[in-house]
Design a protein around this ligand. Structure first.
Ligand code: NOJ
Length: 454
């Protein structure tokens, strides 16, 4: 099945997960340096101090991308490298690193897709309240200006935030990710609003620099709600479960908490009823800023849950059959994960969708023949791309797919236990080995998806 001719294929990473060089060339600590230094927070006491040492090996890594035939590469910028004190003095060496990376990518024919914020907040800003302090909005604007000033002549694809649900929900509410706080719902609501306003202001900065030449998006995440059958009732129940908070999840995990303000300029009414009392004063006047026109909705999707409609049309989760396929991190493998959520987003907001992350963790190792055989990754990706193709057949405008991840890396609180890469990394020697899935993905790209069969 061929994908649209202008479809973008790529792979993704994030700064803290691959760069290492945590205290080099003027970089100061992020919340992840501090959190991972705390005993018991990260599996095995792992940290991102060295990670994949990408900071020193980026040329080798770009060569690997070229060998994989990647047309696009999504990566994030580390705020603490650019503004080590959160605001104020710009660290030129930090900018130089990303500038060299962008040059290296472009000379390899690879399009850079830049995420401004993938969770590594400067620790100093956390100490001033982080996302709870409205002053962070101007700090984010300042940071965006610094990045765009240095890279904006060559980078055309931008994403403001990666997975706000996680860096608010897991980090500030559940306390399992940096900075590890367990704040009440009233604070969570404020953090959500501040992130949304920071997004809108950053979009203004980007637009002022790049106009319609820039392709701008944001990247939320969710778990796909998959209708158990294709009956109109089950499809409608899955749609409702995707966007209504009353169904199956706490508010922070409800997609529309973010996507309705971003693309409709309003908080969903069922959610507003609950959160309005905690929104910052004068929040209404921010809504048009939050609702700035952007070019795509990125979405990170890994797994889905099946559900059906009861007699009243309410969504009811199906039980998971015994022995259901799971990845190493125990996320369910559901073939239609990339079909329904992108389709629902496109229908509701009429905005093009980019799969900004999708992939799976496995327990890969180097086999006796020196290669890394990872048939599960090939099978999983094949199934998921088939699902994505169905979304396109259903009429959804899907612009691209980025595999997570380019290479094995620091999986946050799971440390190095999980391997998500198309490229295997031996963390003791930093030797890279392209996995079977990497070579397979190369052929998928070369065939523009024709290799994916129904
Ligand atoms: C989402 C996050 O954006 C990324 O940082 C993480 O490694 C992957 N999903 C896998 O959990």
């Amino acid at each position: 099945m061929a994908f649209p001719p202008d479809f973008t294929w790529g792979a993704a990473t994030a700064a803290y997960q691959i760069e290492g060089a945590w205290d080099e060339d003027g970089r100061k600590p992020s919340i992840w340096d501090v959190f991972s230094a705390e005993p018991g927070k990260i599996w095995n006491g792992d940290t991102g101090k060295t990670a994949c040492d990408h900071y020193h090996r980026f040329r080798e890594d770009v060569a690997l991308m070229k060998e994989l035939g990647l047309p696009a590469y999504r990566f994030s910028i580390a705020w603490p490298r650019i503004l080590p004190d959160g605001r104020g003095k710009i660290n030129q060496k930090g900018l130089d690193f990303y500038s060299s990376l962008v040059d290296e990518l472009l000379s390899a024919g690879i399009e850079p897709w830049v995420t401004l914020y993938h969770w590594d907040l400067p620790q100093v800003l956390q100490e001033q309240g982080g996302w709870l302090n409205p002053a962070i909005i101007d700090a984010f604007v300042e940071y965006t200006q610094a990045v765009v000033g240095a890279l904006g002549d060559r980078v055309k694809h931008w994403m403001t935030f990666n997975e706000p649900q996680c860096f608010i929900g897991l980090s500030l509410q559940q306390g399992v990710q940096a900075p590890g706080l367990k704040l009440p719902a009233s604070s969570i609501t404020k953090a959500v609003h501040h992130v949304l306003v920071a997004h809108g202001k950053a979009v203004d900065v980007l637009r002022a620099r790049g106009g319609s030449d820039y392709c701008i998006g944001i990247v939320p995440t969710t778990q796909t709600m998959i209708p158990a059958t294709e009956s109109p009732q089950d499809i409608e129940a899955a749609r409702r479960a995707t966007f209504c908070h009353t169904s199956v999840r706490p508010i922070i995990w409800t997609l529309s908490l973010f996507t309705d303000p971003l693309f409709l300029g309003t908080y969903p009414s069922d959610i507003l009823e609950v959160i309005e009392k905690d929104l910052p004063q004068g929040w209404e006047k921010d809504m048009s800023l939050i609702n700035r026109k952007i070019d795509f909705c990125g979405i990170n999707l890994y797994s889905g849950k099946r559900l059906h409609a009861d007699a009243q049309g309410n969504p009811v989760m199906n039980p998971v059959p015994a022995g259901f396929p799971q990845t190493a991190i125990k996320w369910f493998v559901e073939d239609e994960t990339l079909r329904w959520c992108p389709r629902f987003i496109h229908e509701r907001y009429k905005i093009p969708v980019v799969i900004a992350e999708n992939g799976l963790s496995m327990t890969d190792w180097v086999h006796l023949d020196g290669k890394v055989h990872d048939p599960q990754r090939i099978d999983y990706t094949h199934r998921y791309l088939r699902g994505l193709h169905k979304a396109i057949e259903d009429g959804a405008e899907i612009k691209g797919y980025f595999h997570w991840s380019l290479m094995d890396n620091f999986e946050w609180s799971e440390g190095y236990k999980e391997r998500f890469g198309l490229v295997y990394v031996d963390f003791a020697t930093q030797k890279r080995t392209i996995k079977d899935s990497g070579y397979w993905y190369k052929e998928v790209i070369q065939s523009n998806g024709s290799l994916i069969t129904g």
